[in-house]
Design a protein around this ligand. Structure first.
Ligand code: ADP
Ligand code: MG
Length: 259
């Protein structure tokens, strides 16, 4: 076995099935996201894209299959083919390996931008306040919000709020960032500033999975495109290839609607 390849895989999903009651939302998904890769997931509404992300960071329990982050089985220990669920504390620690950014920014409304970004390092990681604050200031600068540290979410535009949310996720120094339609709730003129920040992170080598309808972003920034339909990955490859020469008729049909 080629160990270098194995270590290079940041997220691996093996034969993931997810049911919500009778709804079969993921139907045997296999996915490998390599370190430093920008994996972009596209597909129609209801195809399972959010569920895919939520299963990676254990916001949802998978029904069957295995998820690994940095080679570590998520949610369970496995001994001789038997699975034992990890303790809530161990699961919480694993969940910190992934940073999630949602369509809606989910900031704490009663906290300033700075306090929102400091919260994780100070209260979850237990950093001294001064260190957490320095880190938060640095991250706000990184997302272009120098000078907005004292603003409350209600005093920020949607694009600024989403950039605070990105800084907040980065503050936990995750192994992989998961973005679930990060620009879908924004007014069109604010989309670019958020995509630019995500692009900067991508160029700095942060591993990410981005669910988006922004095909231009997928083509320009992505290096792995996954097309989902009806709970399955029906096609994947380099964005240039998949977008220019889709092989699956369902991909073709979807792209003809969004391009
Ligand atoms: P997408 O993000 O691609 O729009 P989702 O992952 O949100 O798709 O949904 C996949 C399928 O699972 C859909 O049929 C959706 O209705 C269903 N689903 C998602 N979340 C839930 C839930 N909490 N309870 C029941 N069904 C759900
Ligand atoms: Mg979704």
């Amino acid at each position: 076995m080629d160990m270098t390849v194995k270590i290079d895989v940041c997220v691996e999903m093996q034969n993931i099935h997810k049911f919500y009651g009778p709804v079969h939302a993921l139907k045997g998904v296999d996915l490998k996201v390599r370190r430093g890769e920008v994996c972009v997931a596209i597909g129609p509404s209801g195809s399972g894209k959010s569920t895919l992300l939520r299963c990676i960071n254990q916001l949802e329990h998978i029904s069957t299959g295995r998820v690994f982050v940095k080679g570590e089985l998520q949610g369970f220990t496995e001994e001789a083919g038997r699975f034992h669920r990890l303790s809530p504390g161990a699961i919480a620690a694993q969940r910190r390996m992934t940073g999630m950014v949602f369509q809606r920014f989910n900031l704490f409304p009663h906290m300033t931008a700075l306090q929102n970004v400091m919260e994780g390092p100070a209260h979850v990681r237990g950093w001294p306040k001064a260190r957490a604050e320095t880190k938060a200031q640095e991250l706000l600068r990184r997302v272009g919000l120098d000078g907005f540290a004292g603003r409350y979410p209600g005093q920020l535009s949607g694009g600024q709020q989403q950039r605070v949310a990105i800084a907040r996720a980065l503050a936990m120094e995750p192994e992989v960032m998961l973005f679930d339609e990060p620009t879908s709730a924004l007014d069109p003129e604010l989309v670019g500033e958020v995509l630019d920040v995500i692009k900067d992170l991508a160029l700095s080598g942060i591993t990410m999975v981005v669910v988006t309808h922004e095909i231009g972003f997928a083509r320009e920034v992505g290096n792995h495109l996954v097309f989902m339909d009806q709970g399955a990955v029906v096609e994947e490859g380099h964005p240039r290839d998949v977008l220019a020469n889709p092989r699956n008729p369902r991909t073709t049909a979807f792209l003809s609607k969004v391009l």
